[in-house]
Design a protein around this ligand. Structure first.
Ligand SMILES: Cc1ncc(COP(=O)(O)O)c(C=O)c1O
Length: 429
């Protein structure tokens, strides 16, 4: 048996052990119907659905803990507890210390603030390395530092499979590079970047690394300690939580850089990085989202010791399950005449991608296809998804971008079949 087929067999058996029925039961919105047909939520990359546990936690906060922080009374003390419990949960999620976790409105707002704070210390001629593959939220916040004389360099992709061109990255890293900003996974084409290797290269050149893990977070486990990255940011609304952002920052950096803040607000880390009053009810929801993933993990591995181990167990089973779904989807797509596929399509390389898939059909625009599918209760996205550089680089920006299908662990093989049937119908009409 070849290495590839044994991996495929392992994935299949793990995929079978994943209890998708239980997972779907946790998400009340999955019961939605469109014209009498069940909705198929294939729009996860723009925001996933939310389990009941998260909704309950938000409601519980309002019922029992609604106050501002650091007051001398019950609900305020409870709010402090909500904030620190959520920080501890995210610390398990990232594998860091709780005081290395900050919360914010969303990834874009957090990154704009961080770029401004880091930019304070940069000098004309300092360089920042960005990529063509990234979402614009990990591009524009750094690019505006050109106003200070910072030089922006851009790493290209290999167009054939939409992977980062590491030779190009190496050739653009040098002693003047102060920071490399890179995505963990592409929200447009699903490529998973070799972020451990890129971190090593950045550090060897004396640069920091800022990783956008927004798209990766629902698809794979994050370990900032193993990566040894300087910053890593993601958005809980992409991994079954509420609409917020959260960042891991190495403690030494959170202490050394100076946040833009108002005078009465604390100077202590990490709260000095959290501007104004946080959306505390949603922070309670973030905690519940992490607990949901851990619960999933304990159902897959009753012996997992502690929340971090349970999170890893959850991802072991969802990665395998999602890979089986992606394999089914991609092989079906490649059979549609005239379809142009973007990204890695060779099953032997599926470890380098997640289950987010983009393509163009021979007929109609991506908006036409998304509308056709939407009418049939199948939710997909069309456009550039703010991966503007990539859309331009692939020459599709003027053509309406691409159609994107995102599969997460609550999606099913039946939904993939339904989608493929509808796409064939659209293409043949
Ligand atoms: C890869 C990636 N990075 C950043 C963002 C921006 O995240 P937020 O909406 O939390 O600002 C998104 C949102 O789609 C994304 O997919």
């Amino acid at each position: 048996m070849s290495a590839t087929s044994s991996t495929a067999a392992q994935h299949e058996s793990l995929a079978k052990s994943f209890d998708v029925t239980w997972a779907r039961e946790q998400f009340p919105s999955l019961g939605l119907q469109v014209h009498g047909r069940p909705a198929a939520f294939l729009d996860g990359p723009a925001g996933t659905q939310v389990p009941r546990q998260v909704m309950d936690a938000v409601q519980k906060y309002f019922l029992e803990a609604n106050a501002n922080t650091y007051g001398a009374f019950l609900t305020s003390r409870r709010t402090n507890e909500v904030m620190s419990a959520a920080r501890a949960a995210m610390a398990d999620f990232f594998n860091c210390a709780p005081d290395e976790v900050i919360f914010g409105q969303n990834m874009t707002t957090i990154t704009l603030g961080m770029a401004r704070a880091i930019g304070r210390e940069l000098r004309p001629g300092d360089e920042i390395l960005l990529t063509v593959l990234d979402h614009d939220a990990n591009f524009s916040p750094w690019k505006v530092l050109e106003e200070k004389g910072v030089v922006i360099r851009k790493v290209d992709i290999r167009e054939s499979d939409c992977t980062l061109d590491l030779d190009d990255l190496k050739s653009k890293l040098n002693g003047k590079t102060r920071l490399v900003a890179v995505g963990y996974a592409s929200n447009a084409v699903g490529t998973i970047n070799p972020v451990a290797e890129i971190t090593r290269l950045a550090h060897a050149a004396g640069a920091m690394i800022y990783i956008d893990a927004v798209h990766y977070a629902p698809h794979g486990p994050i370990d900032v300690k193993a990566l040894d990255c300087d910053f890593l940011v993601c958005s809980p609304y992409k991994f079954f939580g509420p609409h917020m952002g959260t960042l891991y920052g190495k403690r030494e950096h959170l202490e050394r850089f100076k946040p833009y803040k108002v005078r009465p607000a604390t100077d202590s880390v990490p709260e000095c990085w959290e501007t104004g009053t946080q959306v505390q009810e949603l922070v309670a929801g973030i905690h519940a989202a992490v607990e949901y993933i851990a619960e999933l993990g304990w159902r897959c591995d009753v012996n997992a010791k502690g929340r971090r181990a349970a999170l890893l167990a959850a991802y072991r089973s969802t990665v395998a399950y999602e890979r089986a779904l992606a394999t089914q989807l991609i092989s079906g797509l490649l059979k549609i005449p005239g379809l142009r596929f973007f990204g890695i399509s060779d099953p032997a390389r599926f470890e380098e991608r997640c289950s987010t898939v983009s393509f163009r059909l021979a007929k109609g625009t991506p908006t036409d296809a998304a509308t056709f599918l939407g009418e049939r209760g199948i939710f997909t996205w069309d456009g550039n998804f703010y991966a503007l550089n990539l859309s331009e680089r692939l020459g599709v920006e003027q053509l309406g971008g691409v159609l994107r299908v995102g599969l997460v662990h609550y999606n099913t093989a039946e939904e993939v079949d339904r989608l493929l049937g509808a796409l064939n119908e659209f293409s043949a009409a």
